[in-house]
Design a protein around this ligand. Structure first.
Ligand code: NAD
Length: 362
């Protein structure tokens, strides 16, 4: 199979972790007989320094010509604060590249060998943690109109609007049901239907759609309860689907359960437009550019390696290849010999990639 990827390492540790993950991707492609075309392009400060903007036209072109975007991280706090908000790399690059991608998937797995890194007590996680969080990414409070601050101090009023159409709700729930179908056939839909109209429509829509998915056990939960239960019985969660703001908060809470921010992969996916054309899917580890460890070969590349596995599975339909990467990566983590500093080890970023490649070959 021919695979074309836009590779945007960006700033800080983005460069190291994407380099490590691409070595794993190249190895798996050779092993399974695929041809990878990886087009590297600048984004973030790497691009500002060359082109004066965090997302130059050259980079957009590369992305549009590719089947998937593989992204590291952008932003350097010391330099970001010299720019107005609207020109900062995260704002410019992420908003633009994720346009139209309404489904944000975060896969939170605690490898059993790293149970001690999880902030929860061992008795609460003895059955493991493997949660897929599906967050709606293009609607809700962050985009609803009207939005803004009106009047004069000290009597100003601020307004944010939470709005969802049935179409927006249906398409993200569909991702939820279909993801659940490939996992344990359990879908937890998170809302605040006791208070919010958007949540009432969300719950009605989910209940109606569940008739088309008789094999999936649909459960509803209020968001406040979900945030508590996530800490009380994390092992029982499997696929969670929710709207933008709730998903933003719950996915950060859940990410902590993996043991390190450096372990969690993510994907942003869309649907075809009226002409059947997809926005280019976007894949990134959830962490930032970590300037405190950048350039030292200390960053944990696992989030990026697992992100690459998600890309192979979701965009290219290469389940066996994705499984091989995940199996090898978790074997390395569970064995506990080659771990980076965030997991209490001393291994380098490149040594972790070496170990994963060796585990794929063994
Ligand atoms: N999607 C993105 O590009 C993205 C996401 C978050 C933050 N950022 C940007 O990154 C910069 C730094 O942000 P921050 O410090 O708040 O968050 P961060 O995720 O970069 O770092 C937080 C802490 O986690 C550690 N860490 C993060 N990833 C790690 C990894 N793979 N291995 C080992 N340790 C890791 C860092 O060393 C740091 O101590 C900021 O400019 C921010 O705007 C970008």
């Amino acid at each position: 199979m021919n695979i074309s990827i836009a590779v945007l390492p960006g700033d800080g540790i983005g460069v190291e972790v994407i380099k490590a993950a691409m070595r794993v991707v190249d190895d798996i492609a050779r092993r399974f007989g695929h041809k990878i075309t990886a087009d590297y392009a600048d984004v973030g400060w790497a691009a500002i320094d060359k082109y004066g903007t965090a997302l130059p036209a050259e980079t957009r072109q590369v992305c549009l010509a590719s089947q998937a975007i593989f992204f590291g991280a952008v932003g350097l706090p010391d330099r970001d604060k010299t720019l107005p908000q609207a020109q900062r790399p995260e704002r410019v690059a992420l908003l633009e590249l994720r346009k139209g991608l309404f489904a944000n998937l975060r896969h939170v797995v605690l490898p059993p060998g790293l149970a001690d890194r999880c902030p929860l007590k061992n008795e609460l996680i003895k059955n493991g943690i493997d949660i897929m969080i599906i967050r709606e990414l293009t609607g809700g409070l962050y985009y609803g109109q009207p939005q803004g601050i009106q009047g004069r101090a000290p009597d100003r009023t601020a307004v944010d609007t939470m709005a969802y159409s049935e179409h927006e709700i249906r398409r993200i729930l569909k991702v939820g049901f279909e993801t659940a179908r490939k996992r344990k056939k359990k879908l937890l839909s998170v809302d605040k239907a006791n208070i919010l109209a958007t949540s009432q429509l969300w719950r009605e829509t989910a209940t109606a759609m569940s008739k088309d998915y008789p094999d999936i056990q649909l459960e509803h939960i209020y968001v406040d309860n979900a945030s508590m239960q996530l800490l009380r019985r994390a092992s029982e969660f499997d696929v969670i689907v929710t709207e933008n703001t709730f998903g933003d908060i719950l996915s950060d809470e859940a990410s902590m359960l993996a043991g390190s921010i450096g372990l969690v992969p993510s994907a942003c996916l869309g649907e075809p437009d009226a002409h059947g054309k997809y926005a280019v899917p976007f894949y990134e580890p959830i962490h930032g550019s970590a300037p405190d460890i950048a350039g030292l070969n200390k960053a944990n590349p696992v989030g990026s390696i697992l992100t690459a596995a998600m890309m192979l599975r979701y965009t290219f339909g290469l389940a066996a290849e994705a499984n091989a990467i995940e199996k090898a990566t978790f074997a390395v983590l569970n064995e506990g010999r080659v771990l980076t500093g965030d997991l209490g080890g001393t291994a380098s970023c490149s040594a972790v990639a070496d170990a994963v490649i060796a585990a794929i070959r063994s």
